[in-house]
Design a protein around this ligand. Structure first.
Ligand SMILES: [Zn+2]
Length: 136
């Protein structure tokens, strides 16, 4: 059938759109957390853009990783910020100890990433909901 011949092309286009959607959603989540912490200046937004374009290449090589890009981009931005800005995001749980530390993204490579305190193992928020009211 003629339909079968055209099907792979349609499928490839759909995958491309899904990848773009995953990248777009990841970008929005990480930006939301940066805005919530009021660190989203122009230079830092360009760090996010760099991370997104790097992960676009990555996810094109490995489309199954599309649902992991939000956590990965969050970690990329975190690493880039550490060099230029400092630790981010700071842990809101351990405010009484003298040395503020950053939250970790967990899982490092998996869907539905959260910001987690590495000392107390408290999951502070989902990536994208950093300073949002706690979900019930
Ligand atoms: Zn902590």
């Amino acid at each position: 059938m003629d339909d079968e011949r055209s099907a792979p092309a349609v499928r490839a286009t759909m995958d491309g759109m899904e990848l773009e959607q995953a990248l777009h959603a990841a970008r929005a989540l990480v930006l939301a957390d940066l805005v919530a912490d009021e660190v989203a200046d122009a230079e830092i937004v360009s760090l996010v853009e760099d991370a997104v374009s790097h992960r676009r290449w990555w996810v094109e090589q490995w489309p199954e990783g599309a649902e992991f890009v939000a956590g990965l981009i969050a970690q990329d931005v975190q690493d880039a910020l550490l060099e230029r800005y400092g630790r981010w995001p700071l842990c809101p749980v351990c405010t009484t100890s003298g040395d503020p530390h950053a939250l970790d993204v967990e899982p490092e490579l998996g869907p539905d990433p959260h910001w987690v305190c590495p000392k107390t193992a408290v999951a502070v928020a989902r990536v994208g909901r950093l300073r949002a009211p706690l979900e019930t």
